[in-house]
Design a protein around this ligand. Sequence first.
Ligand SMILES: Cc1ncc(COP(=O)(O)O)c(C=O)c1O
Length: 441
Amino acid sequence: MALDAKSRPNDLSAFWMPFTANRQFKSNPRMFVAADGMYYTTAEGRQVLDGTAGLWCCNAGHKRPRIVEAIQAQAAELDYAPAFQMGHPRAFELANRLVEIAPDGMDHVFYTNSGSEAVESALKIALAYHRARGEAGRTRLIGRERGYHGVNFGGISVGGIVNNRKHFGTLLTGVDHLPHTHIPENQWSRGMPELGAHLADDLERIIALHGAETIAAVIVEPMAGSTGVLLPPKGYLQRLRKITQDHGIVLIFDEVITGFGRVGAAFGAQRFGVTPDMITCAKGLTNGVIPMGAVLCGSHIHDAFMQGPENLIELFHGYTYSGNPIASAAGLATLETYREDDLFARALDLEPYWQEALHSLKGARHVIDIRNLGLIGAIELEPISGHPTKRAFQAFLDAYDKGVLIRTTGDIIALSPPLIIETAQIDRIVETLGEVLAALD
Ligand SMILES: Cc1ncc(COP(=O)(O)O)c(C=O)c1O
């Protein structure tokens, strides 16, 4: 493929890349210039099989015509409308479609532009909800160790990743953390692990310590993605739901990764059979194509705000781009694409094949654990002594050289291909990983 000047920027220094080893990247750049279906095209003209749906977001694969056309048409018709005190039809249509596929009772949608903003919005809504009901003393927020809730201050405060927290001061006060659910007894789990439901009971300890009347919300990923695919033990989420309900605490599921088919249902809440009070989502909402996030709210949350004089703003929160017309059009086209291709069911159908393929890597060099659910998988490697993350990062580079995009976090390889993946492509990912691991120091 001929390379034009645009594909080869001659100076890489100005762009400070996010969550990237900038100096390593810029000394040996990995540039994508095009994408279609399951494949990226690199600047050198190589095809790379997408084992990660971009960054857990392109669930319908790349360059889907319906989405491309919807964005083009919307840009030509209504490019922007003020988000405050004005509306446009697409944002309402998308909210209605989201409510249709969301768990029963999730009847309202608050738009944001990213997962991080969805988390901040949900935490703020939880605090304001209690205040609106006369329980202003409920200000504590509970997150979980090894949780990832984006990178803004609320999210890193309730999140449980040391590197995302320790550089940034004192964070929010009044935050506690539940223990994570990744226990050694559940090694080599296929689907939801058997052991660990009792880990939810730690919430009772936190309640006993502070008093339920001081606690506003608990936020967890129903399945923690970014810290290496940590699965919810059977019964764990049910227990968390029961304890939060018993004590009037808002339960928020952060479904930025698990939303939109990744675990074989529209939302993890449906797959796991537990309905929280709010769901945060982003990524797959627009197939990753245009930034957009959302908070889905139960009616009881929303309705608590709908009081007082009707000319007054009920929630003092929102973004210039909340429900942006082009993002809304992309969201509508994305949901239609998922429906047309029946992709949520497809993820569930492929799960057994995916599971067998991944677990066939048991016994490969350095592999100390494999786990999976829906079209998500993790292969955990033994870290090189004294050099954590080095081995997995090398696996990432080697797989890329062999034409497969994987993602690594710590020494864990995380996989989350587009839901359109074919079984032969699953085989290719696993075979490539087998070769990479066999050759890895
Ligand atoms: C569970 C979860 N919450 C929040 C976020 C943050 O989303 P964003 O990067 O769009 O701000 C992510 C991103 O991976 C995520 O996995």
